[in-house]
Design a protein around this ligand. Structure first.
Ligand SMILES: [Zn+2]
Length: 102
């Protein structure tokens, strides 16, 4: 996941230190899995926690415990909406779920 991000925030593209940010939070059972994680810098990580609904529906960065992180796309800087597969690799997304509003 950190290698995938190549030292940049996957949210805004800025180079520098990033946090391992769970998509489904660890506190509600989200696993330490590369498809359930994004490398976000402090600003994006703070935005995610302050705006959980937008972070889910406009970015796919923060999911609910009932979401499937393998099929719920994430918005990644420079790529737009992508899926993240079992290996933690970006995969093109064919169908954006209707509930996504961005
Ligand atoms: Zn960022």
């Amino acid at each position: 996941m950190t290698a995938r991000a190549e030292g940049r925030c996957e949210g805004c593209g800025r180079p520098g230190p990033t946090d391992y940010s769970h998509r489904i939070g660890a506190g509600v059972g989200g696993p330490w899995h590369p498809a359930n994680a994004l490398a976000l810098d402090r600003a994006c990580h703070q935005w995610l926690h302050a705006n959980p609904t937008k972070a889910r529906l406009q970015r796919g960065w923060r999911l609910q415990s009932t979401d499937n992180y393998l099929t719920f796309p994430a918005w990644v800087y420079g790529l737009g909406w992508v899926l993240i597969d079992e290996a933690g690799e970006y995969v093109p997304v064919r169908d954006i779920p209707e509930e996504i509003t961005a």
